[in-house]
Design a protein around this ligand. Structure first.
Ligand code: ZZB
Length: 259
């Protein structure tokens, strides 16, 4: 599986995170990025938050070039064997940080239409897939859409502020679902919760196909072009700009949500 790692800059840490990272002496001298794994770089215009799991402990890793990455250890280990890190095979974290301590962090996400976004919790993130960090695109990802709906229903329970939840941004236009593919599918399939696994897997499958084969970009440099054509161009632009990198996950290590 070949993912695009999206570099999402942390611009302000919550107090809890500062506490966890107190022994990292050069933290303020370096850029810190949450790295989100995605198959849909063309949708990055529609990012509305970055999800971490409150159940995962992430590592802060030296990524070279005065940069730190926050990912699962498993993901950084993969990167360390793909010449994406300073020393091949070295993946010891500089510090550990619980996902819960990152919730509320202020972030700046590449191509996002919002200048400032927040880190929010997603309980259904799988620890053994991607980087354990998921960038939220509620226009096109049914999982992201329903997670935001759920967060908005009980912000106190999730220890977040309702104002941290941003509205979806139109990114891809499709003949069947317009620019609200995720919302429409969630409603049509009567998905009520982020835990509605089977229906969400079905919605994701439909959304992927519809977006890729029928979608036209509704925003950005390639507005008006087919998603099929725009996808590799957006990916290349982001890689050249240092906003993203391509990394692969060995087959067989990928455990899909559908089982
Ligand atoms: C942004 C995005 C925009 C995504 C979209 C999807 C969609 P797959 O196909 O099963 O490999 N993801 C990544 N890592 C995890 C994880 N550890 N746990 C749970 N979800 C994860 O899934 C890859 C997609 O699943 C990734 O692409 C990421 O969400 C999420 F418009 O990133 B995506 C129709 C889907 N649309």
């Amino acid at each position: 599986q070949e993912y695009v790692g999206i570099k999402i800059a942390i611009t302000e840490f919550p107090e809890e995170a500062k506490h966890a990272l107190v022994n990292v002496s050069d933290l303020s001298a370096r850029k810190v990025y949450l790295v989100a794994a995605t198959l849909r770089p063309e949708t990055m215009y529609g990012q509305t938050c970055c999800f971490v799991s409150p159940k995962i402990t992430y590592g802060l890793f030296d990524a070279g070039n005065n940069e730190y990455f926050i990912t699962t250890e498993r993901a950084f280990r993969n990167m360390a064997f793909q010449d994406l890190t300073p020393r091949r095979g070295h993946y010891a974290p500089v510090a550990w940080i619980p996902g819960s301590a990152l919730v509320g962090a202020k972030i700046s996400a590449p191509l996002a239409q919002y200048d400032e976004l927040r880190v929010l919790p997603m309980e259904t993130i799988l620890a053994n897939k991607g980087t354990g960090v998921v960038t939220c695109v509620p226009s096109d990802s049914p999982d992201d859409y329903i997670t935001q709906v759920d967060l908005a229903k009980k912000p106190e329970y999730y220890h977040i502020e309702a104002s941290w939840i941003a509205d979806p941004v139109p990114v891809v236009d499709t003949p069947t679902y317009g620019t609200t593919t995720a919302k429409t599918l969630v409603e049509q399939l009567k998905i009520n919760s982020p835990k509605d696994k089977d229906k969400l897997a079905e919605a994701k499958e439909i959304a992927y196909k519809e977006g890729f084969y029928m979608g036209v970009m509704a925003v950005g440099k390639y507005a008006g072009e087919k998603v099929e054509d725009a996808k590799p161009k957006v990916r290349e632009d982001m890689v050249k700009a240092g906003q993203a990198f391509v990394y692969s996950e060995p087959e067989g290590l990928v455990i899909s949500r559908s089982g």
